[in-house]
Design a protein around this ligand. Structure first.
Ligand SMILES: [Mg+2]
Length: 499
């Protein structure tokens, strides 16, 4: 099937590095058909708005996370687009001039079981000297699997697995983790023919020490995907066993010295020195061997083994009870009366539409994370002849003024004896809302104040959270699969992935 590039959006998470301008210039200059839009996810906590506009770019939209790391930024980006495909580009790459054409070609004729297409990465290295340790490390990106420097995913595949796992705090392993979870669904990932250039970023001399924090993320990978994760993710173990051995030798030397066993301490210290020296030499031998690089390698080679060990231990503690990532739902549906607003039975007066405390902030918190929101409301007062449909609509309009905009509003005007399929606890309105927004009911949460709300959720295949009021029946409270004391509390649960 022909996939036009207009069925694709480009998502670029950024912290506003100068390299962003280089990327935007390249995207503006490149010929070829434009994707539906370019979404720039500004992940800076503060700062003046970014100015990405340039003639030649696809329609640009900027969304802000307020800061939350690359996984959360990418999640907000893909959640905010509606196209079939989402192409992630990092803000420090330069796409080839034919990138748009090749992207269109890469996405065309992919079978439905292909969930992602990876671009190809080249890392330019200096030609007049051997590459530094950092340059060699960056060059590894050229052969890495499923890195999001340039990777297009089907939006539905991202939604099905809850997107990127936000417990990965830095741009490391979060892309491999996503790929493994997508592959776990039975989908395939393929390599395309489009190319980007990934320049080596200028760094200070301690970068090799700082990146050791990634050892904690490796522990998280193992907890989530089991011992075979490295093979599946194409992530070699490297020197970690040797770092642990060198660190152990150093600690033993210190221990023996403290125990006044100088000879044994000296032997252990010699083992530490030999291991550290071998590590430093291995890094120096492949490099440019100038004074600055040699000094950096000597100092950092002494620091890296104990730091790597420390981060492994830190990760083991931090991630000891980690659960599979669920992510956010794609849609949260609220009951209206008694949940979003105070309950006046059969209310037909817009003046009596009064939000419960914290309702505005709670609904906005979902919107800020890219979760769509809607209303599912039984209004049997219409069938009972107590209020008119026009009054219901006027109250909904008032609700929209106070807490809107909502992505979907579903109303059932029928009575209990009408035999309709929409009146909760029937699943009709939940199903209709999901169908309208193209959301899998399994990725939808219904929040309501009575048993019928959570029963409708369950009948539709959605999750339910009950926020009881003083008039909620005790049996319904006890039967609810999930409960929260307040509406903001329920939304907090959802945002924490507990739904
Ligand atoms: Mg209610």
């Amino acid at each position: 099937m022909q996939v036009g590039i207009e069925q694709c959006s480009v998502v670029v998470p950024t912290v506003g590095r100068p390299s962003l301008d280089v990327l935007l210039d390249a995207l503006a200059r490149a010929p070829g058909p434009r994707p539906a839009e370019l979404v720039l996810v500004d992940d800076r906590p503060t700062g003046a708005p970014l100015r990405p506009e340039r003639p030649g770019l696809p329609p640009v939209r900027v969304v802000r996370t307020g800061g939350g790391g690359p996984a959360r930024a990418r999640n907000l980006g893909w959640r905010s687009v509606r196209t079939e495909w989402v192409a992630f580009l990092d803000d420090d790459v330069v796409p080839d001039p034919d990138w748009y054409q090749q992207l269109a070609a890469d996405l065309t004729a992919l079978s439905p079981d292909v969930a992602g297409s990876q671009g190809r990465v080249r890392v330019p290295l200096p030609e007049d000297r051997r590459p530094t340790d950092w340059e060699r490390g960056t060059a590894g990106l050229a052969t890495s699997s499923w890195i999001t420097a340039d990777l297009a995913y089907r939006r539905a595949a991202l939604a099905a697995v809850g997107g990127f796992d936000e417990r990965f705090p830095r741009a490391f392993r979060e892309d491999s983790d996503l790929a493994l979870r997508v592959l776990d669904t039975g989908a395939r990932l393929v390599r395309g023919q489009r190319w980007i250039t990934h320049p080596v970023r200028p760094v200070d001399r301690w970068v090799s020490v700082r990146v050791q924090a990634g050892n904690a993320d490796d522990v998280l990978m193992r907890r989530l995907h089991g011992p075979g994760w490295r093979e599946r993710a194409d992530a070699p173990l490297g020197r970690r066993p040797r770092h642990l051995a060198v660190t152990a030798a150093g600690l033993i030397a210190v221990g023996l010295a403290a125990a006044r066993r100088p000879r044994a301490a000296l032997a252990a210290a010699a083992a530490w020195a030999a291991g550290t020296g071998e590590f430093a030499w291995a890094r120096i031998a492949s490099g440019p061997r100038d004074r600055a690089e040699i000094a950096t390698m000597l100092a950092s080679s002494a620091l890296i083994p104990p730091l790597a060990t420390w981060h492994v231990l830190r990760g083991a503690v931090q991630h000891r009870r980690v659960r599979p990532w669920r992510g956010l739902p794609d849609l949260v549906l609220f009951d209206r009366d008694g949940t979003l607003v105070r309950d006046y039975p059969y209310n037909g007066d817009p003046a009596l539409v009064k939000p419960v405390p914290g309702a505005r902030e709670a609904v906005d918190a979902l919107r800020a994370r890219g979760v769509r929101v809607g209303v599912v409301s039984n209004q049997s007062g219409v069938a009972r002849g107590l209020i008119t449909r026009a009054q219901v609509d006027a109250c909904m309009a008032r609700l929209d003024e106070l807490l809107g905009p909502f992505d979907t509003v579903q109303v059932c005007p029928h009575g209990p004896d009408d035999g309709c399929s929409c009146r909760k606890p029937a699943p009709g309105m939940v199903k209709a809302a999901c169908a309208e927004l193209d959301v899998d009911p399994a990725r939808c949460v219904v929040i309501g104040d009575i048993g019928a709300d959570v029963e409708a959720a369950a009948a539709a295949g959605a999750a339910g959270i009950l926020v009881p009021t003083p008039v909620t029946r005790k049996a319904e409270v006890e039967a609810a699969p999930r409960r929260a004391a307040t509406l903001p509390g329920a939304v907090e649960q959802v945002l924490a992935g507990e739904w």
